[in-house]
Write a protein that binds this ligand. Structure first.
Ligand code: FA5
Length: 355
């Protein structure tokens, strides 16, 4: 029996030596150590031996099994290393190679529009701020004068982070994907000295029924100005200047009375549709971007509500402010004449390569 074990080890080692792939190694492993392992087959033959002989052969067989395992592990490591080295050699990039300029990528229309907006606002003296995309209820709703059960919460259909992950204890700590960039108004007023003049661009999320103007993931740009003597006229002038700079001097703005719990008075601001030139029709069909109205809603705006100022420790009798939140996707669609902002997310090269 002892002779058989020696023979088995020899055979194993010679088979192992010629193996060149991990797949073949796994087959060998199954053959020698798997359910029908050769070693076991030998051990079945020991039932007729004396107890002493059985003990001896058992110990040796176990040692052999352990040494097979060690050999297999180190062979696997060596094969993996060789594979990586081969791939590194094959896939190494020659940075000195010339390339055709046609292969270069370019900015997505939304990034491009964001950067243009940032440049315009910076030229008007604004600073850029940032905030978390996973927000808490306190900043996204409560401190913006939208308490729990306020009907305005329904307007911002929300993706909540499940309680299994967000084991919140106190009211206001529940986490969500921010539904607008307005919570950064609160963060800025709590952390910065007056006067404040900031914009906050980037990503927001809503549980939306998607159409030409609505997507679940989209981009907003928030604006906040707080100081002494800030008026609604300053807000109108700022928005008019920015939109004319961005979309052209002929662009018209329309302010409609609206309600946002965190501004008073509030307005929704439309621009004349650039796709149909404000006529509501493209060729003989209804313009899908403005639903045939000739106007596209781009943003919400208003004077910062005194309760919001107070909540952030700012005296509303002394200071005032305006705020706005514009949809970057819709502005990009207007700027690039894209009839549905859903197209920005469909990864169709034919569409993206036009810009
Ligand atoms: C807000 O989000 C407010 N936070 C805006 C605001 C800020 C008001 C500061 C007052 C003061 P609203 O839900 O209307 O408001 O969204 C603002 C803009 O985001 C819209 O005018 C629109 O241009 C864009 N928008 C809204 N929902 C979507 C959507 N699902 N897909 C693409 N763009 C959207």
């Amino acid at each position: 029996m002892d002779v058989n074990l020696t023979e088995l080890e020899k055979r194993f080692l010679s088979e192992l030596e010629v193996i060149e792939s991990i797949g073949a190694l796994e087959l060998l492993e199954a053959d020698y150590l798997g359910k029908k392992w050769k070693l076991k087959a030998i051990l079945w033959g020991i039932k007729d031996m004396s107890i002493e002989e059985k003990k001896q052969i058992g110990v040796k067989a176990n040692e052999l099994k352990n040494s097979f395992t060690d050999f297999l592990v180190s062979k696997k490591e060596a094969l993996k290393k060789a594979l990586i080295e081969k791939r590194v050699q094959e896939e190494s990039i020659d940075v000195t190679l010339s390339y055709s300029s046609k292969m270069r990528g370019h900015k997505h229309p939304i990034s491009h529009t964001t950067e243009l907006l940032e440049d315009i606002f910076i030229s008007l003296g604004f600073k850029i701020e940032d905030g978390p995309q996973i927000e808490d209820e306190r900043h996204n709703f409560d401190m913006l004068n939208i308490p729990d059960n306020h009907p305005a919460r329904d307007v911002w259909d929300t993706f909540w982070i499940s309680d299994e992950i967000n084991n919140h204890k106190n009211p206001g700590e529940k986490l969500l994907l921010r539904t607008h960039t307005s919570p950064v108004q609160i963060r800025t007023m709590l952390s910065q000295d007056l006067p404040i003049k900031v914009i906050v661009p980037w990503r927001v999320f809503r549980y939306e029924q998607e159409d030409a103007r609505h997507t679940c993931n989209f981009y907003q740009l928030e604006g906040l100005v707080v100081g002494e003597g800030v008026t609604f006229w300053d807000l109108k002038w700022t928005l008019d200047t920015v939109m004319k700079e961005l979309l052209g001097k002929k662009t018209e703005l329309r302010f409609r009375p609206s309600i946002f719990p965190f501004t008073e008075p509030s307005a929704e601001v439309d621009v004349s549709c650039q796709i149909c030139g404000g006529t509501g029709r493209v060729w003989d069909r209804r313009c899908s971007m403005c639903s045939g109205t000739g106007w596209v809603e781009l943003l919400g705006a208003g004077m910062v509500h005194p309760k919001v100022l107070e909540g952030c420790g700012i005296d509303p009798m002394k200071y005032s402010g305006f705020a706005f939140g514009m949809g970057i996707d819709r502005i990009a669609a207007q700027r690039f004449w894209v009839s549905s902002s859903r197209m920005f997310y469909q990864s169709k090269l034919k569409m993206n390569e036009q810009f």
